[in-house]
Design a binder for this molecule. Structure first.
Ligand code: NAD
Length: 485
């Protein structure tokens, strides 16, 4: 990295964003940049360079060369490099977390925790790469029949702003563990975290060209990269509309893809639970990352017998959430990540026609803060109940009949996450059977773990990240029959 680009802005501790192409840090060949805004203050932290078509072509050429180098690197050597990168992420978690909080807003505890979880996923995927075995199928003398699995080739990946470390690292870890190279376009709104991650891989000894990091005009970059014959696989995390666009574009070139898209997770609270404990667990999950999580619980269906007690406990716990600049100790919820998000949340709440029990407004301070909000008496046609809120808003809805509420829970085109609260084992199994979602949590609000797969179905996308499934999309399978002559 050149001195100017590697310098950390002393005043804010915010690293200068740059592109990482073919093992070198660069401002790119163009003169377009975008400001990066601190969502807790509205101040400009720095400027991210936007790649030109020439920069993207350099990244593609580097990824083509990098793939050949990486796939020919012995697996044990690849493993050592990737585990070293994970160690560096852990060592640098405080630095990565600080940059993340500055550019995305989430509290430092969440940011540093995310850096640690990124390292854990990298360790897991790396070991899965060692276990990406083929098999030998018994035949007869003089011949052998084998199944071989190997990396599909250079990957184009696109990640959003809500998990500045977790999002990009899920793509990088799976691609590299499978023996692929990658061109990653991380979010222009949170570039420094991706830069710090890339430095971990660089400092761990990853050969040039295996990982390339770019920023740019999203539609320009994805059009260019997906169409390139160099790219063999497309990986995207983000909204359903953009996912459909990119999946269609990938399909038009017959390229496989993984799509990690949005959701609108239902919670069903049965009549047999402790409503206070259930409400407290739901509040913790709801306001994590200010609700900007694709698996965030976002429709709370509570049995009528528990409704009032649940609502009361929910409001009490919500009003206790400490909102502020994520750099300050004790803060539990930061601002929304950008002005767009705050406007969208404000519109969904103000147009809902619901009764606001707490919150329901932007906070009168710099940055993009929105008060943690609880709504009841939500009209069934409120947009909030069908449009992913992606913010700190909890609509609570009473129900009478479990079959009927399960139909409501499953009525949306999403199939990502769902939550159930019951102390009865038979009911828990019933909920597990009926929920149309890829990520289920019963009696708690579980986060993602490296050892198990994450992903959705219906319009929430396809493919899985983590678990023993996490490398599947990044591997191809060859059938080899060999006559021994
Ligand atoms: P958006 O749909 O404009 O963008 C989502 C992400 O996709 C961003 O990172 C953006 O840079 C990228 N993107 C947009 N157009 C692209 C293109 N043509 N090619 C490649 N990348 C492209 O929305 P937004 O305002 O950033 O967020 C709005 C909604 O998106 C949220 O309300 C939420 O529903 C959804 N979202 C989901 C996730 C997730 O983790 N599944 C993450 C962020 C946003």
């Amino acid at each position: 990295m050149s001195t100017a680009l590697s310098e950390t802005a002393a005043a804010t501790g915010y690293p200068s964003p740059a592109l990482y192409i073919d093992g070198e840090w660069t401002a790119g060949s163009g003169d377009r940049t975008e400001p990066v805004i601190n969502p807790a203050t509205g101040e400009v932290l720095g400027h991210v360079p936007l790649a030109t078509a020439a920069d993207l072509d350099r990244a593609l050429a580097a990824a083509a060369r990098g793939w050949r180098v990486w796939r020919d690197t012995p697996v044990l050597r690849r493993t050592a490099i990737l585990h070293r990168a994970a160690d560096l992420m852990r060592e640098r978690a405080a630095e990565i977390g600080r940059a993340m909080t500055l550019e995305q807003g989430k509290p430092l505890t969440e940011s540093t925790g995310e850096a640690g979880r990124a390292a854990a996923l990298l360790d897991w995927d790396t070991e899965e790469g060692r276990r990406a075995y083929g098999r030998i199928i018994p035949t007869g003398p003089g011949e052998s029949l084998r199944v071989v699995r190997e990396g599909i080739g250079p990957v184009a990946a696109f990640t959003p702003w809500n998990f500045p470390a977790g999002g990009p690292n899920r793509k990088i870890a799976a691609a590299l563990a499978a023996g692929c190279s990658i061109v990653l376009k991380a979010s222009e709104e949170v570039p420094a975290t991706a830069v710090l991650l890339a430095r971990c891989y660089q400092d761990a000894g990853l050969p040039a060209g295996v990982l390339n990091l770019v920023f740019g005009v999203p539609a320009e970059v994805s059009e260019h990269l997906i169409a390139s014959p160099t790219i063999r696989f497309v990986a995207f995390t983000g909204s359903v509309p953009v996912g459909k666009l990119l999946a269609a574009r990938a399909g038009s070139f017959m390229k496989p893809a993984i799509m990690e898209l949005g959701g609108h997770a239902p919670v069903i609270v049965c009549d047999d639970v402790d409503p206070v404990a259930a409400a407290q667990a739901c509040v913790r999950a709801k306001f994590t990352n200010a609700g900007q999580v694709c698996t965030s619980p976002s429709r709370f269906f509570v049995h009528e017998s528990q409704h009032d007690a649940f609502v009361q406990a929910f409001v009490t716990a919500t009003e206790a959430v400490v909102v502020g600049n994520g750099l300050e100790p004790g803060v539990q919820m930061g601002p929304l990540a950008n002005a767009r998000r705050r406007e969208a949340v404000d519109r969904l709440v103000s147009e809902s026609g619901a009764q606001v029990l707490t919150g329901g407004h932007a906070l009168d301070r710099p940055g993009f803060f929105y008060a943690p909000t609880v709504l009841i008496d939500v009209p069934p046609d409120a947009a909030l109940l069908t449009e992913e809120p992606f913010g700190p808003v909890a609509p609570i809805l009473p129900y009478t009949d479990l079959d009927e509420v399960m139909d409501r829970a499953n009525s949306l085109p999403y199939g990502l996450a769902a939550y159930g609260f019951t102390h009865r084992a038979d009911r828990a199994e019933w909920l597990i059977d009926r929920f149309e979602a890829g990520i289920l949590s019963i009696n708690h609000a579980g986060g993602s773990v490296p050892i198990a797969p994450s992903g959705g179905f219906k319009e929430s996308g396809y493919g899985r990240e983590g678990g023993s499934e996490g490398l599947d999309g990044y591997l191809i399978t060859k059938r080899v029959s060999h006559k021994l002559v």
